[in-house]
Ligand binder design. Structure first.
Ligand code: UTP
Length: 294
């Protein structure tokens, strides 16, 4: 059985790419179909065997905590009204996992947000799930991304992160790896760089929102200086970790939607709705009709 039992969900970012929606609502609470983005992250963690989750939040994001809490009065009301489906949806959310919350008092970056979880994680290996990036639940024998990363961690006793081939013109938006292939879809990372100029990118394999780390990452993050954008970048912490131990990457074949971007948000909404029995047919009919009109 895997030793990876804890997950960190950083959700303290400013969400500037999703304004004005994210002005008063945390962007992690914006629904994709009928669930807030962060609920997909928690469900994914639970599917991969994670038992304890810490969400890194910032002030004004209290609705995240409220979403995963029990709502006894609401439940009583739904029960009395005989609304059983609604009741089970509400209960499901609060029974998913043991979730704690830690405040990141200043938005000093993704790496800093992960470091905020150090006390919660202690000496254990842990997953990091970026809730902006939605990985649809695999269908049939499609690989489960988080499970694949946990398998690599358990096999090499090493940290591992998800990567995907992205179009070369987009590469400067990502952390990019210099890969050495060591197995099917699996790479040892020789080096990594955050948001490189296009002609300096070591590959077109970009880091995508899912990680499994050994706890030594925290030692690295503690001495990581501010990098791109004046923020403490996770990529820089990973580079320091790589001086002490190998870090691996897994290239995920399935879709990953960055719902912090408007177009990806729309794609994720359509994809996830098309997977739903109650929505697939009418949505498909609408899309076919609408596309024919274009
Ligand atoms: P991003 O840079 O993609 O998120 O950080 P952001 O800052 O919220 O978004 P934009 O670019 O302004 O639209 C990746 C992840 O790290 C978290 C974010 O919430 C997101 O899940 N994060 C980022 C923090 O928790 N704290 C930070 O200081 C920065």
């Amino acid at each position: 059985m895997s030793v990876v039992r804890k997950a960190v969900i950083p959700a303290a970012g400013l969400g500037t790419r999703f304004l004005p929606a994210s002005k008063a609502i945390p962007k992690e609470m914006i629904p994709v179909v009928d669930k807030p983005g962060i609920q997909y992250a928690v469900e994914e963690a639970v599917r991969a065997g994670i038992e304890q989750i810490v969400v890194i939040t910032s002030s004004g994001k209290g609705s995240i905590e409220e979403h995963f809490q029990r709502a006894p009065e609401f439940e009583t009301h739904l029960e009395a009204a005989g609304k059983r489906d609604a009741l089970s949806a509400v209960r499901h959310v609060s029974s998913l996992a043991k979730i704690e919350y830690v405040l990141q008092t200043e938005p000093l970056g993704f790496g800093h947000a992960v470091l905020t979880a150090a006390e919660f994680v202690g000496d254990d290996a842990f997953a990091v799930i970026v809730p902006d990036e939605i990985v649809p639940e695999p269908i049939g024998d499609e690989p489960d991304l988080l499970k694949a990363l946990i398998d690599i961690h358990d096999r090499f006793d090493a940290s591992a992160l998800a990567v995907q081939q992205v179009p070369h013109e987009d590469i400067s938006s990502y952390g990019v790896i210099d890969p050495e292939e060591v197995g099917d879809r699996t790479y040892r990372i020789k080096d990594m760089v955050e948001k490189p100029p296009r002609d300096e990118a070591p590959s077109d394999l970009a880091a995508r929102g899912r990680y499994v780390f050994n706890p030594q990452l925290f030692d690295a993050l503690r001495v990581t200086e501010r990098g791109v954008g004046g923020e403490i970048q996770l990529t820089d912490g990973i580079r320091l970790l790589m001086k002490e131990q190998d870090v691996y990457a897994y290239s995920h074949p399935g879709p990953i939607y960055d719902v912090g971007k408007k177009l990806d948000y729309l794609k994720a909404s359509i994809e996830l709705a098309l997977r739903r029995d109650d929505l697939a047919k009418p949505l498909r009919d609408f899309l076919v009709k609408r596309v024919a009109e274009l």
